[in-house]
Design a protein around this ligand. Structure first.
Ligand SMILES: C[S@@+](CC[C@H](N)C(=O)[O-])C[C@H]1O[C@@H](n2cnc3c(N)ncnc32)[C@H](O)[C@@H]1O
Length: 243
């Protein structure tokens, strides 16, 4: 099992280090155990995307091994552009999406350098890895580049609320027990992760988006240390939201 801090990829100077070939190989086995809300979060995103039939393309920032892209494409005939800075994760995604190759474009680059103009932009478990000032800039750029009528959907680690903190710790303990990890080993990790002051606060992200063209974001889902939220951009001339 990968350690929590390895999954968090905290590096000195930059907040993430590149995911290695070994990380990419183990990622899918580890992630569902360490983030028990992961499959439901991906399903919830696919359900939300289905509410935007007029938007044919999706941009996935920090796309990892392509789990979300595969779910989206299995549900509807869209195009998905995957952006990830780790060559190992991109190669893994490419192998998994071979059958759907005509609908995907994989860009192995830093998300701060990506073309952000798209109708639907999603990002899961990635933005917390950005340094705070880069993250703020990115959120502002995302809000201004989003195509009118489109949506920005983010599922990520945030500083957990008290109930979420307890539920998350409990789930991690169960996962550790299944993996044969000693309780004292996992307790330290849980404490460090849950008290991690570098995790973003949801209120700060929403405050950054408040003066942008996006409609105020709403939380769709909160589970095991992660929050899923969505913000839409209205179509000019439309009264109310689309859809
Ligand atoms: C925890 S994984 C999440 C992967 C995927 N979104 C998922 O939910 O399974 C974080 C991913 O973000 C990528 N990543 C982190 N920082 C990045 C950056 N600045 N630019 C592009 N990709 C980045 C990592 O390479 C990794 O694949």
């Amino acid at each position: 099992m990968q350690r929590i801090e390895e999954l968090g990829q905290r590096a000195k100077g930059e907040k993430y280090v590149c995911y290695t070939v070994e990380d990419a190989r183990k990622y899918d086995d580890d992630i569902a155990g360490l983030v028990p809300g992961y499959p439901s979060m991906l399903e919830a995103i696919v359900d939300q995307i289905a509410q935007f039939p007029a938007q044919p393309a999706v941009l996935d920032l920090g796309s990892g091994t392509g789990n979300l892209a595969r779910l989206i494409l299995n549900r509807s005939p869209r195009r998905v552009r995957l952006v990830d800075s780790s060559p190992a994760m991109c190669m893994r995604a490419q192998a998994k999406l071979l059958r759907l190759a005509s609908q995907v474009e994989i860009q192995c680059l830093d998300l701060h350098e990506a073309d952000l103009r798209e109708g639907i932009v999603v990002s899961t478990l990635t933005l917390h890895e950005c340094l705070p000032e880069r993250r703020q800039l990115l959120l502002r750029r995302l809000a201004h580049r989003l195509v009118p009528g489109g949506a920005l959907i983010v599922g990520d680690y945030y500083q957990p609320s008290e109930w979420n903190r307890r539920a998350y710790a409990e789930l991690i303990r169960k996962h550790a027990a299944r993996c044969g990890i000693a309780p004292h080993e996992i307790e330290l990790e849980i404490r460090e992760h849950l008290a991690d002051p570098t995790l973003p606060r949801i209120g700060d992200d929403f405050a950054i988006l408040a003066p942008t063209p996006l409609v105020p974001p709403r939380i769709l889902f909160e589970s095991s240390g992660i929050v899923l939220w969505m913000a839409q951009r209205e179509c000019p001339g439309h009264v109310g939201l689309s859809p």
